[in-house]
Ligand binder design. Structure first.
Ligand code: SF4
Ligand code: SF4
Length: 352
């Protein structure tokens, strides 16, 4: 059974959201996006999990299978193969965060030998291939071994094997609470990670899998040099720019679900932390002036030493009429609302 956490799905809290990722990948058309949310037809859902991997905000979850729990167990085990025939749901359920984190610390083989004959391949296989390519693009840039994707020799009794795995999985229990997750995340921590660094990331409202990725990347050696990745080849994060058309309306940083976009206390600066961006596209969807843009490159330094940059700066002054602070661009010191009222009054009186 598929569950949606409405508080995490960007469609629920922003009617301008253009996100339709889950609807597009769903092989049975069980998900329909609609104004103000999504509708799930549970009788059509086949629990493949493909929508889990693609949802930018980790808003979807299967009741019977938790990818983060799998991640912890797989990391500890000697197993290298992830296969829909023995230990996993559809490989599309593995997000880029999971793939990169696993690939950074372990040799991983994705068993794609069953995809060709699979009924849901037309919806999911291209995404699986894309995820592997993108994960390897990042892994190569941070000097880690690529993830292997190949056909793995079939196990004797696939059904029994899979049944056994899911029974075990259910017995162990998925991560039911935030505390369960935090506890298991802490078990991955390395002595060299500073407590402050971890706390800083944890207090952010980023998906658990991004916290996982951060913890794993702090455990491994930094690459010998940082590289620039093409932003257009990334789908799970991004670096941004804001052009001079921005009028500091504040919508983007007030709506960003992860606080990747933020402002200083006075509202005089728009700040951005690329590592926190989950590429949900919401900031672009709400920006009427289309002032926020993808930067050309993403610096791999952000994976290891996340930083906050200033995307735009404004002069904040008080409106001479109402006294409220506003972004001043020259001319009369009137805030946008008072300016409109002033112009309307002038029109009414036939002056100006
Ligand atoms: S992919 Fe996630 S954020 Fe996007 S509409 Fe579906 S549930 Fe919402
Ligand atoms: S910066 Fe934009 S794309 Fe990135 S998480 Fe925030 S709203 Fe989404």
């Amino acid at each position: 059974m598929l569950n949606i956490q409405a508080g995490s799905c960007v469609r629920y809290y922003a009617k301008h959201s253009s996100c339709t990722k889950c609807e597009h990948i769903c092989p049975t058309k069980a998900i329909k996006t609609q104004e103000g949310g999504i509708a799930i037809n549970q009788s059509e859902c086949i629990d493949c999990g493909a929508c889990l991997g693609i949802c930018p905000t980790e808003a979807l979850a299967l009741r019977e299978f938790d990818v983060n729990s799998f991640f912890f167990d797989f990391l500890k085990s000697k197993e290298q193969v992830i296969s829909c025939k023995s230990n996993f749901v559809c490989l599309a359920a593995l997000s880029l965060d999971h793939l990169i984190a696993l690939g950074a610390v372990k040799e991983v083989v994705l068993d794609i030998g069953h995809c060709k004959e699979c009924d849901i391949a037309p919806s999911c296989f291209a995404q699986i291939e894309h995820n592997i390519d993108e994960a390897n693009y990042v892994l190569e840039a941070i000097e880690c071994k690529p993830i292997e994707a190949k056909e793995v020799a079939k196990v004797a009794d696939e059904k029994a094997n899979r049944r056994e795995f899911f029974t075990l999985f259910t017995l162990k229990g998925a991560l039911k609470t935030k505390q369960d997750f935090e506890k298991r995340l802490a078990s991955l921590e390395d002595q060299k990670i500073s407590v402050e660094q971890i706390a800083k990331i944890r207090e952010k409202s980023i998906p658990n899998r991004r916290k996982l990725l951060y913890t794993i990347l702090q455990k491994i050696d930094k690459p010998s040099s940082y590289r620039y990745l093409e932003n257009e080849h990334l789908s799970f994060t991004s670096d941004k720019e804001i052009d001079s058309s921005c009028d500091n309306c504040s919508l983007c940083y007030r709506i960003c679900p992860t606080q990747a976009l933020d402002s200083d206390a006075r509202g005089a600066k728009i700040l951005f932390d690329p590592f926190l961006c989950v590429r949900c596209h919401l900031c672009h969807d709400v920006c009427e002036k289309d002032s926020i843009k993808l930067a050309q490159f993403y610096d791999t330094k952000e994976f290891f030493e996340p930083s906050v940059k200033i995307l735009a700066q404004f002069t904040i002054t008080r409106c001479e009429d109402c006294g409220n602070p506003f972004s001043y661009f020259g001319g009369e010191k009137l805030c946008p609302r008072c300016k409109i009222e002033d112009e309307e009054a002038k029109r009414l009186w036939g002056i100006g």
